[in-house]
Ligand binder design. Structure first.
Ligand code: GDP
Length: 213
């Protein structure tokens, strides 16, 4: 008799333990420092993207939990950076979704210093995962984020989400189009679907390699 298949053998990220560390809120004044940051020296990887891009679904798929990122969606936490420690090994930072069409100027002024301050001041930050919806064109906020990361010299991985919404044969062309439009290298761009699981293991491997290096 042949042995049972070992489906877990190739999983680059087996999550044994995930702990919510807390949320960092926008400082009260434009120049004030945030009142809280996680007391951890573990390496961090941040996740950013416009609202509704599929960030919660991606984070849940990444850690293989149904609702790990739900805390980020509870009232009062949607405008915070939420921190999750994985396996006592590294930290995932879930940045607030930006670019709400309806967001007021005040909202924008609140998240920009929060996000940019975090990206600038976190010395243990190893890289950022920027999510783009396969069916939408990158916004000025997406481009601003990429430019900011370029200036800071931080590794960036672009994940193209919801690829199940296109036919398999059109995904490749769309991913190439986005890669060129944003001036990225092909290896920086990863097609993903939380619905089908495509790209989950590649994303897990990329995150692990960022925090190990
Ligand atoms: P967030 O606001 O960025 O956290 O986005 P969510 O994860 O809440 O997803 C926003 C919407 O997109 C929800 O209706 C999800 O069901 C849907 N969604 C997220 N990921 C996928 C995906 O991979 N495929 C499809 N078809 N829908 C998705």
């Amino acid at each position: 008799m042949s042995p049972a298949p070992r489906t877990d053998v190739a999983d680059p990220l087996v999550v044994r333990r995930i702990e919510f560390l807390g949320g960092m809120a926008a400082p009260a004044g434009r120049t004030a420092a945030p009142t809280w940051r996680p007391a951890t020296s573990l390496p961090q990887v941040a996740f950013a993207g416009r609202s509704n891009v599929g960030k919660s679904s991606l984070l849940n798929a990444l850690v293989r939990r149904k609702a790990a990122a739900r805390v980020s969606r509870t009232p009062g936490r949607t405008r915070e950076i939420n921190f999750f420690e994985v396996n006592g090994d590294f930290v995932l930072a879930d940045l607030p979704g930006y670019g709400y069409a309806r967001a007021s100027k005040t909202d924008r002024e609140a998240w920009q210093p929060l996000i940019e301050g975090y990206l600038r001041d976190t010395s243990t930050l190893r890289g950022l995962v920027l999510l783009l919806d396969v069916r939408r064109d990158p916004t000025a906020d997406d481009e601003r984020m990429l430019a900011f990361l370029g200036d800071r010299g931080l590794p960036v991985l672009v994940v193209v989400t919801k690829i199940d919404k296109l036919t398999p044969r059109s995904v490749e062309g769309r991913v190439a189009e986005l890669t060129t439009a944003l001036g990225l290298e092909p290896e920086q761009v990863l097609p993903f679907s939380a619905k089908t699981g495509v790209g989950r293991d590649e994303l897990a491997a990329a995150v692990v390699s960022l925090v190990r290096n």
